[in-house]
Design a protein around this ligand. Sequence first.
Ligand SMILES: Cc1cc2nc3c(=O)[nH]c(=O)nc-3n(C[C@H](O)[C@H](O)[C@H](O)COP(=O)(O)OP(=O)(O)OC[C@H]3O[C@@H](n4cnc5c(N)ncnc54)[C@H](O)[C@@H]3O)c2cc1C
Length: 412
Amino acid sequence: MIETDVCIVGAGPGGVATALKLSYLGIPSVLIDKATFPRDKVCGDAISGKVTTLLNRLDPDILERFNQQSMQIDVWGIRFVAPNGKELDIPFQPNYVRNASSAPGYVARRYDFDNFLVQEVRRRDNIQFWEGLAVEQYTQTERGWLISGNKGALEVEARMLIVADGAHSAFSRKVAGLERDFRHHAGAVRAYYANVESLSKDNFIELHFINSITPGYFWIFPLPGGQANVGLGMRSDILRKRKVNLRKALSEVIEEHPVLRERFQNAQLIGEVKGYGLPLGSRRQPLSGNHYMLVGDAGHLIDPLTGEGIGNAFYSGFIAAEQLQQCLLHNDFSANFLKAYDQRVSRVLGSEMRLSYRLQKMLAYPFLVNLLANIIAGNRRIVALLSGMYNDFTLREQLAKPWFWVKMFLRR
Ligand SMILES: Cc1cc2nc3c(=O)[nH]c(=O)nc-3n(C[C@H](O)[C@H](O)[C@H](O)COP(=O)(O)OP(=O)(O)OC[C@H]3O[C@@H](n4cnc5c(N)ncnc54)[C@H](O)[C@@H]3O)c2cc1C
């Protein structure tokens, strides 16, 4: 039996971010994961600037160590391909000069990236890390929570429980009551390929909007060594309604799409095609209760447009750690006190989620996406403007406003 102030279940990005932030705040924690690292996690493997910004804020040496790795590729923008085939290359910065150690984004296999994060955990004396131990039961006690697993071999009593065990979190569903609403959930599959042709020279990640899978998309994200993470995702209610088999849909795109077929003709699949769920943050749900906080996918915090969840898992982990510091200071772990956590997560991520949801709905209309692609294609001024939107939220908000597009059309 271990007694601790805080026990974190799950050592993915959300759990590790919480443990590291607590560690730097001088607060010891117990971190448990059922897997033994390195381990795989089904993902597109794209790491946004949110993650590197937060790592740097925590400790620039971590970012320095990240930059010394060879697992990641530096990414400089996004190539959007509309259903009509129009390609739009929108760089993350309007006039960029490539420098791998200060790239605005990266792609790294989660097998490697999560292991890198766990190595950072191992460097910290005040994080007690247990791997290969699956938590099976949570019992509320007077002091907080009794967390047990591995058929009784593991018992931890904690004043605060941080639930960061991912998209299939049993605690989140059964105890915290977060429902799986298929309109706010997506399914996706990913595969690794070698020798996909015509990858972008500046490692732009590719999002292909294809009629048969709207409002989802097919992606190609470049990896080191000429490999790529390739996948396809759709909202779960639409998947169910259309009875889509995602693995089949992925191979149909690769084998039958007139352009992509050519690019995959010499490509080799590495390993298996794997699928997983994405609980989307398009609906606000409670993230805390008596003596617990939900972090990352366990709190349904994935961006409903892009499917980005690593950065949001990091943000929620950092906020949870700061909230816990307040709980310890005031000796208050009550549901009422913890509402401040929900409020802060909503302040930081809420507007972005709401905008992404509006844009996701727009994507359901391929003719609209084609129309916008026609307006943007070949217009350097609009491309430069859109480039600024990655970092400027007020500008990004314009994307969901019809008047903005009318102005763009008139000014072409
Ligand atoms: C196909 C797909 C593509 C995606 N692409 C991207 C992308 O390109 N970029 C991006 O930012 N996001 C992407 N996401 C989302 C991203 O993968 C998640 O948002 C992110 O992994 C969330 O981190 P997390 O720490 O909350 O959960 P996870 O990464 O799922 O980590 C949870 C951890 O909890 C552990 N665990 C689970 N149950 C237990 C238990 N009972 N006891 C102990 N430990 C347990 C697991 O072993 C795991 O290590 C994608 C998701 C999918 C499915």
